[in-house]
Ligand binder design. Sequence first.
Ligand code: P6P
Length: 338
Amino acid sequence: DSAESINTDIITLSRFILESQRYDAKNATGEFSMLLNSLQFAFKFISQTIRRAELVNLMGLAGASVNATGDQQKKLDVLGDEIFINAMRASGNVKVLVSEEQEELMVFRHNPATYAVCCDPIDGSSNLDAGVSVGTIVSLFKLTPGSQGNSKDVLRRGDDMVAACYAMYGASTHLMLTTGKGVNGFTLDTNLGEFILTYPDLKLPLQHPIYSVNEGNSVYWEDMIQQFFHNLKVPQDAPNGKPYSSRYIGSMVADVHRTLLYGGLFSYPCDKKSPKGKLRLLYEAFPMAFLVEQAGGKAVNDKGERILDLTPENIHDKSSIWLGSSQDIDRFLKHIGK
Ligand code: P6P
């Protein structure tokens, strides 16, 4: 680059958090900055591990490769989980951790810890071998006074979340983050090893003619849902008389990322195979609903209930989900009479 074209005042994630903490001077304990630094370390490490895996064939291919000592190479989702757990334990301020890869809730006996973290360390990992973008999804709750370090710290209403984010490991590594004051997006500069602010105060379009759903499930949907998607495809019924385009990657982070940037509608409805839905409430639906709402969109379930009004009974509870541009979600709500 010629000298004048280099931006010499880049905003890294660390600087962004410090500046936002400074505005919240009243409760700027630095705890949140510390936790976010541990989170971003985990995202960088997972990102690098995934990219290296494609070279050293770490991926869980059929008859998984074995290393020199002959022991079974770990699949990437197990590696991602270990990386994430170690980073959260080392942060010193996480007491409770829920992971999609761990049947039981994990408790770290730090004191004083401040946060409970729920995560899907590598969401969409079944697509990894095909080089499809995958990601890490995280929801954060602040411990309530008198917390005993158990499931009560996370079996809470979605609105109790203090932050949510995902890292998407695609052509670049992107991080979308909300702390309840809008959504900001960052892109990993691998030379600097820093996440750089690239999507300040992101807002998704009010409406966009894209729907994203696994149509392979359509015979298992209830009629009302089949009719809704049919109407999006029939020109005279479709909004503005033009049929919607279908875009489905099958990796939630990638489908939601596209929805945040372009708008439209993403859905995983309940069906006869998955009567409670497929996606998990605590570490898929909740964080994505928080991000989409903060970007000006909406997130509801098949019954039209707001996702962030729900409370899980168990840490791996599932939910149907419809999220995206507010006018597209309103069209669904109207269709079901809400
Ligand atoms: P289906 C990936 O396995 C995942 O958990 C999400 O990332 C994705 O949105 C969904 O499941 C895809 O499910 O049934 O369409 O393959």
